[in-house]
Every structure is written in structure tokens, then in C-alpha cells.
Design a binder for this molecule. Structure first.
Ligand SMILES: [Zn+2]
Length: 65
């Protein structure tokens, strides 16, 4: 199983492999060095989403180095 990449800019957990861009924000600053995994289904009702400044549903990493 391939290591999941996380976008350093928007913290989305991505299904891409290699040197691709983040499909959400277009950043090419992706990292394998991340920890924690949170699924935000309803960002408008989620305190986690508010704390992370997330406005779109999706999968996000809690810590990105
Ligand atoms: Zn991104």
C-alpha cells in the first residue's frame, strides 16, 4: 500500500502518488511526513474544522511537518 501524501498548504490527505499537485489547492508541496487523520463530513458543524480553518468536507491530516 502506497504511503499517502498530504498537502502542506491545505492539509488534505491525497490519493495521488509521486510528484503530483494537490487537486484541491494546486500546491505541489506534498509530504509523507504527517500524523493523525480526521474525516470532516460537515465542516460547518465541526469544531475541528473551525480550528483547522477547513471549509470543505474531506480527509485531513492533523499534523504536517
Ligand atoms: Zn492542498
Amino acid at each position: 500500500m502506497a504511503t499517502r501524501l498530504v498537502c502542506r498548504d491545505c492539509h488534505r490527505v491525497l490519493d495521488v502518488e509521486g510528484d503530483e499537485q494537490c487537486p484541491a489547492c494546486g500546491s505541489n508541496s506534498l509530504t509523507e511526513d504527517w500524523a493523525g487523520y480526521v474525516v470532516i463530513a460537515h465542516p460547518e458543524e465541526s469544531e475541528i474544522a473551525e480550528a483547522m480553518e477547513v471549509t470543505e468536507a474531506g480527509r485531513y491530516a492533523l499534523k504536517v511537518r
